[in-house]
Design a protein around this ligand. Sequence first.
Ligand SMILES: Nc1ncnc2c1ncn2[C@@H]1O[C@H](COP(=O)(O)OP(=O)(O)OP(=O)(O)O)[C@@H](O)[C@H]1O
Ligand SMILES: [Mg+2]
Length: 256
Amino acid sequence: MNSAPEVVCEALSRRFPNGVCALDKISFRVPSGGLTAIIGPSGCGKTTLLRIAARLDQSTEGQIRCVSRDGTPMLPRAGQLAVCFQEARLLPWRTALENVALPLELAGVDRAERRMRANRVIHAAGLDGAQQRMPAQLSGGMRMRVALARALVTQPSVLLLDEPCSSVDEFTRMQLDEEIRRLWQASGATTILVTHSVSEAVFLADTIIVMEHGRVHATHTVELPQGGRDRTSLAFSQEVEFIMRTLACAAGVARR
Ligand SMILES: Nc1ncnc2c1ncn2[C@@H]1O[C@H](COP(=O)(O)OP(=O)(O)OP(=O)(O)O)[C@@H](O)[C@H]1O
Ligand SMILES: [Mg+2]
């Protein structure tokens, strides 16, 4: 049984000292092991939300918390919550393997086990053979794979992804989406994915939240089987079209 917590966001608000209200009483739940995508226009508060979820920023009101299966609040320990940002943010002086192993090193895991666990997740991320390469010797897509592998090496139960595929071309993005789905399914982590790509959201998520101006505009359940989502199918196109319309509607609300 999946032991990943539920992520519960309750009336979360964030007002910055300059008066910008980035989040305005936002509420939603991501079930244990679920993957919720958050999509919405630039500046609507997606990164702010993820930063608060990752404890890198604080809310001004409300909270986002993890709740374990038996309903008790849970504060993720180091390594149980992982974040992957838009840029890979690798250490340029360390090899791919050493970058992936870094969170284990910081957690005091011994060298042999670090190598073993880092190699396992590198294999899962499709990076076999790239272990000894430096970040500058990797393509953009490979660097993102290393960043994903680094996020997953501690076997987190909560995974926060902020536009992990935004800096790569469409074909690489589709390949990375396959990796993300495989890695997410294997880890069982409760995942929040921020993306600007409707097709990526429909491909990966079981629930899509459309945001506008710091609020939830709509929540949509993707009615496609998780196993084999086919981007060329009619059902897939219909889901994409529905989200596109919802986004257009959200933009209309924002302009009013
Ligand atoms: N530290 C800060 N101080 C003041 N305002 C901020 C700060 N961080 C973000 N903002 C503002 O909060 C709002 C939401 O920003 P955020 O980065 O969360 O948007 P986003 O939805 O992630 O946008 P994008 O899709 O472009 O990444 C924006 O108006 C932004 O200018
Ligand atoms: Mg952002």
